[in-house]
Design a binder for this molecule. Structure first.
Ligand SMILES: Cc1ncc(COP(=O)(O)O)c(C=O)c1O
Length: 388
C-alpha cells in the first residue's frame, strides 16, 4: 500500500457512534447534529457552531452572512486551497492576495496593512481578511486583530488545518480573534466526518444567517414570519442552499473530537522525528514554529532547495512514488491559477515569497496512524535520493 500525505484514523468508538445513529430514527436533521455543534462550541470556546456539508460550504455561507458583495475587496493568502479564494468570488466581491511570511508560511500582517493603505489611497476599502492557519500553524492573529480593529475589517479564520493547535497556550484562540472561523472535516484533516465542515462564531446574527442559508433560506421562526397559515408553515426571505450535514456524519465528528488532542499529540511526535532527521541536512528547511504557537501539523511542509541540490522535483516525486510514498505540494499559489490570472490580472512575480515557497515545498506523510516503520521508509528514501 502506498503512503499518502494524509489519512483518517477510525477506531471502534467511531464505528460504534456511527452505527448507533444508523439504527436510530434520524439519519439527517436529527439530534446528532446539535450534539456535534455543542461539542464544537465546547472544544473551541465558541458561542455558536453551525455544522455544514463541507468546508467550502462553510466558506460560501460565511461570505454571504458577512454581506460581501460586488465592489468589496477581500484579501487572503495565495498559499491555501482554492476554496478559500473561491468563496470571495461566489459572493461577487473581488479577491486579492497578500504574500506569506517566510517563516510561518501564513499571511504577513505588515503587508496586509500596506495593502489596506494602498487601497485607501485610491478611495477603496478592504472589507475582510481571511487568514489561513496553514499546515496547522496559527496566523499572527494578534497583529491581524489589531489591523482589523484599526481599519474596521471583518476577520475570518480558515482554520481547516489547525484543529488541535494552540496560540499563546490557548486551544480556544480562533474565535477570540476572528469574527468567523471555518473548518473542514475532510478525511485528510485533523478530525473527519467524511465530508463536513462548520462555521464557528460568537456573533449570533452571523450564526442565524448561516443556519438559515444552510437549509434553503427557510425559516419557521415565529418572530420572522410575515404570515402564518398553520403548524406546517415556513417562509423563505432569501435564497439559500442545501448545505446540511447528516446525523451519522455528526456522530463520527463528535467521536473524533474526543480523540483530537491525542491526534494532535501524535502529529507532533511524527513532526519531531522528521525535524530530527532533516534539520542537519544541507539545503533542506524544516517547518519553523513561532514561540506563541503549538503547531497542529495537518501538513509537514519540508522545503528543498532543488536548485542548490541539483535535483528535479518531478523526478523526485516519481522516485518516491515508486518507493511507495505519494507526496503532495501545498499549494500552487492561487493567483497563478488561470482563472485568477485571466479574470483578475494576477501574474507571476506578484507574490514572490509564495512563489518561491511553491517551488520548494513538499508535504511528507503525516497522520496519527502513520507507523514508525512507514515514517522510517519516508526518511530513508528521501536521504537515499539526496545522496544518489
Ligand atoms: C485551507 C482549506 N480551506 C478550505 C478547504 C475546503 O474544505 P472542504 O474540502 O471540506 O470543502 C480545505 C480543504 O481541502 C482547505 O485545506
Amino acid at each position: 500500500m502506498k503512503l499518502s500525505y494524509g489519512k483518517q484514523s477510525i477506531d471502534q468508538s467511531d464505528i460504534k457512534a456511527v452505527v448507533e445513529v444508523l439504527k436510530s430514527d434520524w439519519l439527517t436533521q436529527g439530534p446528532a447534529v446539535e450534539t456535534f455543534e455543542n461539542d464544537l462550541k465546547n472544544y473551541f470556546g465558541a458561542n455558536h457552531a453551525c455544522a455544514v456539508a463541507n468546508g467550502t460550504a462553510a466558506l460560501h455561507l460565511t461570505g454571504l452572512a458577512m454581506g460581501w458583495q460586488q465592489g468589496d475587496i477581500v484579501i487572503t493568502s495565495p498559499i491555501t486551497f482554492l476554496a478559500t479564494a473561491n468563496c470571495i468570488v461566489y459572493s461577487g466581491a473581488t479577491p486579492d492576495f497578500v504574500d506569506i511570511d517566510p517563516v510561518t508560511y501564513t499571511i504577513d500582517p505588515n503587508q496586509v496593512e500596506e495593502k489596506i493603505k494602498f487601497y485607501q489611497s485610491s478611495g477603496r476599502n478592504v472589507k475582510a481578511v481571511i487568514g489561513v492557519d496553514y499546515a496547522g500553524h496559527p496566523c499572527a492573529w494578534e497583529a491581524l486583530k489589531e489591523i482589523s480593529d484599526k481599519y474596521d475589517l471583518q476577520l475570518v479564520n480558515d482554520n481547516c488545518h489547525a484543529l488541535g493547535a494552540s496560540y499563546f497556550s490557548d486551544k480556544k484562540y480562533t474565535v477570540k480573534y476572528a469574527d468567523v472561523t471555518i473548518q473542514s472535516y475532510h478525511p485528510v484533516k485533523n478530525i473527519t466526518t467524511g465530508e463536513g465542515g462548520a462555521v464557528l462564531t460568537n456573533d449570533s446574527i452571523i450564526d442565524e444567517k448561516v443556519r438559515k442559508l444552510r437549509s434553503h433560506g427557510m425559516t419557521k421562526d415565529l418572530n420572522q414570519l410575515e404570515n402564518n397559515d398553520g403548524p406546517w408553515y415556513y417562509e423563505m426571505h432569501e435564497v439559500g442552499y442545501n448545505y446540511r450535514i447528516t446525523d451519522f456524519q455528526c456522530a463520527l465528528g463528535s467521536s473524533q473530537l474526543k480523540r483530537l488532542d491525542q491526534f494532535a499529540q501524535k502529529r507532533r511526535e511524527i513532526a519531531k522525528q522528521y525535524d530530527e532527521s532533516f534539520s542537519s541536512l544541507n539545503n533542506l528547511k524544516i517547518p519553523e514554529t513561532h514561540n506563541s504557537v503549538d503547531h497542529a501539523y495537518h501538513l509537514y511542509p519540508l522545503q528543498f532547495d532543488f536548485e542548490k541540490l541539483s535535483l528535479n522535483k518531478t523526478k523526485f516525486f516519481e522516485k518516491m512514488k515508486k518507493a511507495g510514498v505519494n507526496m503532495q505540494v501545498h499549494y500552487i499559489p492561487i493567483h497563478l491559477q488561470p482563472f485568477y490570472t485571466k479574470n483578475y490580472g494576477f501574474s507571476s512575480g506578484d507574490f514572490p515569497v509564495s512563489e518561491k515557497f511553491y517551488t520548494r515545498e513538499v508535504s511528507l506523510p503525516i497522520y496519527p496512524d502513520l507507523s514508525n516503520d512507514d515514517q522510517h521508509k519516508v526518511v530513508e528514501n528521501i536521504v537515499k535520493y539526496l545522496n544518489a
